[in-house]
Structure formats: C-alpha cells, structure tokens
Design a protein around this ligand. Structure first.
Ligand code: SF4
Length: 393
C-alpha cells in the first residue's frame, strides 16, 4: 500500500484492531503511514482525517517525521447523519449492520475482549435508523453482526433483545433478506428459534461457533456450554426448523487436546452433520490465558487434525449438496462469469464470502441488465464441493 500511495494517492491511513494493540510498534515500523486510528478513536475518525488534509500533516510525513494522533489538532465532528449515511463497500445488494461492539465471553484463546473491551450494544433506534438508510440506498439484504449477536440488549435493556430487534428490522419494506451471524450457543433461546422459524425475511440459518466437543477442552477454553447442551440445541433447532442451515467453526490442536479429545471431536462432526463447517488450527494469541497453558500441541499434529476434520466434513458436504439437486430456490444474482455463460448468485442459505455460490446457466442468453442485482427462481441441477449449478425456471 505504501508503493500504491507513491503513485496513486496522497494519504495512507491505517485503522483497526492491529493499530489498537500495537500502536507504538507500528508508528516506528511504518513511517509511510500518515495516520493511525485505533478502534476506540472511531468517533474521532472524520475529525482526524479532516485535520490531516487541512493542516498538511502529510507534507510533514514525507520528510519521515512520524505523526502521532495526539499531534493532530481537533476539528469539528461530522454530524450523526453523516456518520450513519456511510459508504457501502460490499456492493449493491447486501450490507453488514453492526449491533454491538466488544465481547464479555472471555474464551481463553481469544484476544478480542482485550482489544475491544466488554460487549456494548448499540441503541435499537440507531440500528433501525441505519437499517432504513441502507434500505434507501437500495440494499436488499442485511447481515447482522457483533462479536456475539445473542448478547444484544443484555447490557442496555437487561435482557436479550435480538429477536425483538430483528422483528423491527424485518418491518422495513425494502429489506428482503436478513441474517444474523456469530451466535454463541448458550444465547440461542427458544424465543429466538421460534422467531426464526416464523419470520419469512429471516434466513433459516444459525451460525453457531461451538469450537470443540470434548467437555474437557470446552472447559479449558472457558466456553459456557458443554457437549450435551450443544447436542440438544442442535436437535431442538432441527426439530423446530427442518430446513435450517447450520454452520459452525472449530479449533483443533488447542493446548492439552489429547488423542481422545480429538477422537471425540471427529465422532461429533460425523454425528452432527453440520451443513457448513470451518476449522482452524489453534494459534497462540499474545496475552491470552491459553497462550500460557502447558501441553501446547505441535504444529504438525495441528495440521494433521485440521486435515482430518476437513476430510470428514467434505463427505458430509457432498451428501448435503447432493440433496439439493432438483430443488428450487430464490437466488439473488450478483455477478456474471467473464464469458457470460453463467449468472452468479446466492440462495438465502449462502452467506456472502463465507458459503458457496450458485452458477445459473445463461442458456436463454438473458439480458444481463434484467437479472443482475435481482432475485430470480432457479432449479439446482448439479453441484461441486462448495458451489451449486442451476438453471432458470
Ligand atoms: S471467541 Fe468469540 S465469544 Fe469467545 S471471547 Fe472471542 S469474540 Fe468473544
């Protein structure tokens, strides 16, 4: 990006978790950067950038002088409407809608609570206002995110208010699809499951990162749910919503994970048959309790365990994909292949950038302007490991 800056742009601004955590180191390591913004300074984002431009701080940085945020004078802030009326960087169809920041769960392997602090919900009115603004800009699908969406409301309303919030958002006429991600298992209430089963705008999709199945490992991870609770939650969701899509993520090679623990996990994955599953080899996060645990697992063992879980899940995915052949779905078309032989889209069960895609044959040589960024009906005719092939109905 520093090279890119030389020819193409004036400023290089770096912001996010890394800046929050390693601010002083980054100041020294990256003199090409004109401005670093920590995550707890997002409310000063515009004033900092404005000051950077107006005060010619950039000219100073060209002479290799490092500019600290504190050296930049404060300018008046943009108003709330400007803040809400943000640029959409995810295309014409969907946008992420953040409902909270931080996390209070304190899983022992995770650095997020140390970087972003405890979970803080945004006010319902602000979220709805942002959702309405996004709808006005033509957004059809909202992806509700937070570090743990099920915690929404607990801090400011004294109870989980996710279902209530989703219900409000679903009343916005222009929004056709809504999905929520990152649901901690213990936070998935009967009320939430009932709500998802009934509200047609909410994707019948639960993203429940369970991380492991061995009770011993779950305890060391400081996860609050055990294997039995996770199993009965999965059963309950499938019973109430038979066509539900379940996604999870797992960590293999957590410190102290024995052969028996890993066998437990393999068996669990085979039995649970998640529709979608992501697996990650454990990696030590500086400053977390797990990084100091004894019995760290060797890199090769982690790799082998990762591969094994992937192999098991590939078989399950094949079976799941096969079951979709012949079924009809509404597909949101978002792209066209370079040779224009396929329109590319997603069903309600596909999260952008995470799940697979649907490739619809362009047999009828349809005018692309008619279907791009619109919903169409398609029938699944074939599949590969992750994606589906379909034809227009
Ligand atoms: S893994 Fe998720 S739930 Fe656990 S502390 Fe990190 S952000 Fe919170």
């Amino acid at each position: 990006m520093a090279d890119f800056k030389k020819k193409n742009c004036k400023y290089l601004i770096v912001m996010g978790c890394l800046v929050q955590r390693y601010y002083d180191d980054l100041l020294k390591a990256l003199p090409e950067v004109d401005l670093f913004i920590k995550i707890d300074e997002y409310d000063k984002l515009w004033e900092k950038i404005d000051s950077l431009i107006k005060k010619g701080i950039v000219e100073k940085s060209k002479t290799k002088k490092i500019t600290k945020i504190s050296e930049i004078p404060t300018m008046p802030m943009l108003d709330e409407e400007d803040f809400l009326n943000r640029e959409i960087t995810t295309g014409k169809n969907f946008a992420y809608l953040k409902i909270g920041e931080g996390c209070s769960n304190r899983c022992t392997y995770c650095a997020i609570p140390y970087i972003r602090g405890p979970f803080v919900s945004r006010k319902k009115e602000d979220i709805i206002e942002e959702a309405k603004l996004l709808a006005k800009k033509g957004i059809k699908e909202l992806i509700i995110i937070a570090q743990d969406t099920t915690k929404y409301g607990l801090d400011i309303y004294g109870k989980s208010a996710l279902a209530e919030l989703l219900d409000e958002i679903s009343k916005i006429r222009e929004i056709k699809w809504i999905r929520f991600l990152y649901s901690y298992p213990e936070g998935i209430t009967d009320e939430l499951i009932d709500f998802v089963s009934k509200n047609k705008k909410i994707a019948k999709y639960f993203d429940i990162p369970i991380q492991h199945s061995s009770n011993k490992v779950l305890k060391t991870m400081n996860r609050k749910t055990n294997k039995e609770q996770i199993t009965s939650l999965i059963e309950k969701i499938r019973e109430k919503i038979p066509d539900v899509t379940l996604r999870t993520s797992l960590i293999v090679g957590f410190p102290g994970e024995t052969k028996e623990d890993f066998e437990d996990l393999k068996e669990f994955v085979k039995q649970a048959k998640f529709d979608k599953l992501g697996v990650f080899p454990y990696s030590k996060e500086e400053g977390t309790p797990a990084a100091k645990l004894p019995n760290q697992i060797h890199g090769n063992t982690k790799k082998k365990r990762y591969k094994k879980i992937m192999e098991i899940q590939q078989e399950i995915s094949k079976e799941k994909q096969q079951n979709l052949v012949g079924k009809e779905f509404q597909v949101l078309i978002e792209d066209i292949s370079f040779d224009e032989r396929f329109f590319i889209g997603r069903t309600f069960s596909n999260v952008p950038d995470i799940d697979g895609l649907v490739y619809i044959k362009n047999n009828k040589k349809i005018n692309k302007e008619e279907v791009l960024n619109n919903f169409v009906k398609a029938k699944i005719t074939d599949f590969n490991e992750y994606d589906l092939i379909a034809e227009f109905i």
